[in-house]
Ligand binder design. Structure first.
Ligand code: SF4
Length: 305
């Protein structure tokens, strides 16, 4: 018998000034409709997620200048106050572009519980290849050093990850472990979360020959390598993968996503997925059925962790 901790991503924008070659939201992709989650829709979605039992929400942002730190901080404060009024503890995590020390400080003060930032690839050359040279995201060093800025600003719960498929997976796993070890030596905090996203097809995106595909057994081996290095860190399983693979690879107290639409308004308009709004394609997990299947596999879903 093991537990898994349940988390739900909420997408706030699909406008993006960056141009990551593999992403449906990339600026040069003119074939997808763009959306921002308005304040009203944001509040409606939060109510829906709480009514479904969720207590940990990951705010997901693209690089959209409309969502400056103050706007994000207000949304975190809103949820935190709602939790206080309703006497429920709600955790908020943030998945956004790397930020300055002052931004992390502001977000910490607003009640942010943890931050996740995927390095995408640790290879400087491939980082340039996949992200170009003139976008904000092309600044490898600024991204690499963001974890230290977040910790120095008081966000000790940090999540790291690479996007499997951009480079040979074993090089990436070793590089991430080294990076995490460096942060641990310097700050005495181990990673709270390790993300394990594997690249998936996005609408109107041609994934080119530079891809380094990763098999299911290699994915499973990568999970084991991370777990051996950081046994207490939560691996973040997600709907990019099949339910069966996630169940096979997850360990006690890892994180898992059940409901996920990779676009803004996903919980208000689940059928938008048919109209190419997604950042990338995911598997569909039906909530009640997935909870039942987890229990049948001797896994207890923990919404309130
Ligand atoms: S991966 Fe993120 S930063 Fe890059 S294009 Fe997509 S949404 Fe923008």
């Amino acid at each position: 018998m093991k537990n898994v901790n349940i988390i739900v991503p909420q997408y706030h924008s699909s406008y993006c000034i960056d141009d990551c070659a593999y992403c449906g939201f990339k600026n040069s992709n003119k074939n997808i409709p763009r959306h921002r989650l308005s304040d009203d829709d944001f509040k409606k979605e939060i109510q829906i997620l709480l009514s479904w039992g969720y207590r940990a929400i990951e705010f997901v942002y693209s690089s959209d200048r409309y969502f400056g730190t103050d706007v994000i901080a207000k949304r975190i404060e809103y949820v935190k106050e709602l939790g206080l009024k309703s006497k429920i503890e709600i955790r908020i995590g943030l998945n956004t572009e790397p930020l300055d020390f002052d931004d992390y400080k502001t977000l910490k003060s607003s009640g942010l519980d943890f931050v996740v930032l995927w390095m995408e690839t640790y290879s400087r050359d491939l980082f340039k290849y996949w992200h170009g040279t003139i976008t904000p995201k092309s600044n490898y060093t600024y991204r690499y050093e963001a974890y230290g800025r977040a910790i120095e600003a008081g966000i000790n719960n940090y999540g790291m990850g690479v996007l499997f498929g951009l480079n040979y997976w074993k090089d990436e796993v070793v590089a991430l472990i080294n990076h995490a070890d460096y942060l641990y030596q310097k700050y005495n905090y181990k990673p709270y979360i390790i993300g394990i996203p594997r690249i998936k097809q996005a609408h109107s995106v041609i994934l080119n020959g530079q891809l380094k595909p990763m098999s299911d057994s290699e994915f499973s081996e990568a999970c084991n390598m991370y777990k051996k290095s950081f046994p207490e860190t939560m691996l973040f399983f997600n709907t990019r993968e099949s339910f069966e693979l996630n169940v096979k690879c997850c360990s006690n107290n890892d994180l898992i996503t059940i409901d996920c639409g990779t676009y803004p308004r996903a919980f208000l308009e689940p059928n938008l997925v048919k109209n190419v709004n997604e950042q990338f394609q995911t598997h569909y997990y039906e909530r009640e059925d997935t909870i039942k299947k987890l229990k049948q596999n001797n896994i207890i879903p923990n919404f309130d962790w």
